[in-house]
Design a binder for this molecule. Structure first.
Ligand SMILES: [Zn+2]
Length: 169
């Protein structure tokens, strides 16, 4: 099942090496204040939600602490509590928008474990459908994205904000 967690990392590594220097993408993106272009769905106090630019499936998102650190064990309690709250609301939004059959939610820590951006912790939230991995196995890194990211962004963001306001948090 190696392919399950790794398809995006090649893209990130390719991207990272074509960028100047070793600037961390998860530090750089929120500092640009260009959220729509950068696919930032939401900014919390300690974390932001961003769509994966090279999604494994439609709606593939990440919840990322603003603070730069690599190891899960270094996550502060207040960061972790917000991260999990945001992840729960995000999952509800993804259910509303895409009605997937399942999810992968979790961390890859370290390159050997499949982390594309190994220096900055991030949680993947990946909607799953029966058969989606077969497609990836067959086509490898050439992935078919049935929906453009702008459309995904608008749908997920509006659903997320609606659910967040309803939850009163
Ligand atoms: Zn960083």
């Amino acid at each position: 099942m190696d392919y399950l967690w790794t398809p995006w990392r090649y893209q990130y590594i390719k991207n990272a090496s074509s960028n100047k220097g070793d600037e961390c993408i998860f530090c750089k993106i929120p500092s640009e204040n260009n959220d729509e272009e950068n696919l930032i769905v939401y900014r919390g106090k300690f974390n932001f939600i961003i769509l994966n630019r090279f999604p494994y499936t439609n709606g593939h998102s990440m919840v990322v602490p603003f603070r730069h650190f690599a190891e899960f064990s270094l996550l502060k309690d207040e960061e972790g509590i917000e991260m999990f709250k945001l992840t729960k609301t995000l999952q509800r939004a993804l259910v509303e928008v895409y009605n997937p059959e399942g999810f992968n939610i979790g961390f890859n820590q370290g390159r050997c474990a499949g982390a594309g951006v190994a220096d900055h912790l991030h949680m993947h939230v990946v909607p799953r459908w029966t058969g989606d991995s077969n497609m990836v196995t067959i086509i490898g890194e050439t992935r078919i994205i049935p929906e453009d990211l702008k459309t995904t962004y608008e749908k997920v963001k509006s659903s997320f904000l609606k659910i967040l306001s309803e939850s009163g948090e």
